[in-house]
Design a protein around this ligand. Structure first.
Ligand SMILES: C[S@@+](CC[C@H](N)C(=O)[O-])C[C@H]1O[C@@H](n2cnc3c(N)ncnc32)[C@H](O)[C@@H]1O
Length: 372
């Protein structure tokens, strides 16, 4: 708690205005922000001067020059690794530890556990690994004294704590490079119903959108992310019922059902793969692919050409979907059994993975029940 108090004093001295809120440790969520009094909608609860953000432009010039071909992500991470200013120590003191990050982020898990991730999480992880590898190749050449594990820690901090910010000077950069670190605001956890976040040239402002009772946690919305995305990029998932953007990929269970010729046909119309299910429905791509499995070629083509009503075949399409979901359910059970008998990594890593498979199983079971 002392570190939090020191951060708040430090922030106040730098012009941060904190109104009716305070950071506090919360079980399973690191530090979060709670209301210290009842709050009304439209109250500005945090105002952070833009001049105290850590951005590309206030990163020491030698780092920017040495990494001129790197991403802003790599530059900010490198500057965290090299930072020795005692002033920054006050901010850094509330960051999750390297051990926390190693446990939370699947990229740092043992490969045996990574292999047990669901398909979408695995492909997100592969993309993340490619980004880290590209960044690390440039940083390790420019700064051989930085160790890979230290860089990875800083890279994840930047990945999970930066805000989108754009000014006249940065607007020409690619969107992914509009990232800045900001103190205190980086302690808000994520919820789909978060507070409003806005910025202009002088301030970042976080504002309530609903009444909030004293003691309740306040959130911001990191984006419309599925739980696979949240797990890989932020190291947590939300209970399925609390995440309206959760979805799961059916490719592993649906794609093997097509002949080579059918696959070619689907590829030709741009409908091969990325078959997604959310808590309401299977996507249009999935419906189209399933219809190919249970209708004649002519019927299937006619629906595509708009001369046959797609509802005509809905019952058989639903039956085919249930079969696919039953295969998915079987696989989810197998993964959960594997996890039960697995001692790799630590209990928190295994529990995060287990939670994800349980959410998947829940969505699959609810869809099967609805369709039957
Ligand atoms: C911007 S930080 C938020 C503050 C963070 N809890 C801390 O202790 O510094 C983002 C990280 O907080 C955690 N987090 C955010 N929202 C969460 C949630 N709803 N449930 C669990 N953890 C969450 C994740 O570890 C994520 O990577």
């Amino acid at each position: 708690m002392e570190t939090i108090e020191r951060l708040l004093d430090w922030a106040a001295n730098k012009g941060v205005i904190i109104n009716g809120i305070g950071p506090t440790p919360l079980p399973g969520r690191g530090i979060g922000i709670v209301a210290t009094r009842d709050l009304n909608p439209d109250e500005d609860i945090l105002t952070v001067p833009v001049k105290i953000l850590r951005t590309l432009h206030n990163t020491p010039k030698p780092i920017r020059q040495n990494l001129k071909d790197s991403t802003v992500h790599a530059i900010l991470a490198t500057s965290l690794c090299l930072e020795t200013d005692p002033d920054f120590a006050t901010w850094k003191a509330v960051f999750p530890t390297e051990h926390d990050i190693n446990t939370l982020m699947p990229l740092n898990w043992p490969s045996e556990l990574q292999k047990l991730l669901p398909l979408t999480a695995k492909s997100l992880l592969a993309k993340q690994r490619a980004k880290v590898d590209t960044d690390w190749a440039l940083v390790s050449t420019a700064y051989p004294s930085i160790s890979k594990h230290h860089f990875l820690y800083a890279w994840h901090l930047v990945n999970s704590r930066t805000f989108y910010h754009v000014t006249k000077t940065t607007e020409k950069l690619p969107k992914a490079d509009h990232m800045v670190l900001q103190p205190v605001a980086d302690l808000f956890n994520h919820s789909p119903n978060g507070c409003r976040v806005a910025f202009d040239d002088t301030f970042f402002t976080i504002t309530t959108t609903t009444p909030v009772k004293r003691g309740d946690e306040l959130f911001i919305r990191y984006g419309s992310h599925s739980n696979d995305f949240l797990l890989v990029e932020y190291g947590f998932t939300l209970p399925g019922s609390l995440n309206p953007w959760d979805e799961i990929c059916l490719d592993d269970y649906l794609c093997p059902l097509f002949t080579k010729k059918q696959r070619m046909e689907l590829e030709e119309i741009g409908f091969w793969g990325k078959y997604m299910l959310d808590s309401d429905t299977a996507c249009y791509r999935t419906q189209t692919a399933l219809r190919m499995l249970c209708c004649t070629y002519t019927q299937w083509r006619d629906v595509l050409d708009g001369v046959r009503d797609e509802d005509t075949d809905q019952e058989v399409v639903n039956e085919a979907l249930v079969e696919v979901l039953e295969r998915f359910d079987k696989d989810a059970r197998r993964r959960l059994e594997e996890l039960d008998g697995c001692a790799v990594g630590n209990a928190d890593m295994r529990s995060a993975l287990r939670d994800r498979w349980l959410q998947i199983q829940e969505m699959v079971a609810a869809t099967i029940a609805r369709l039957q």
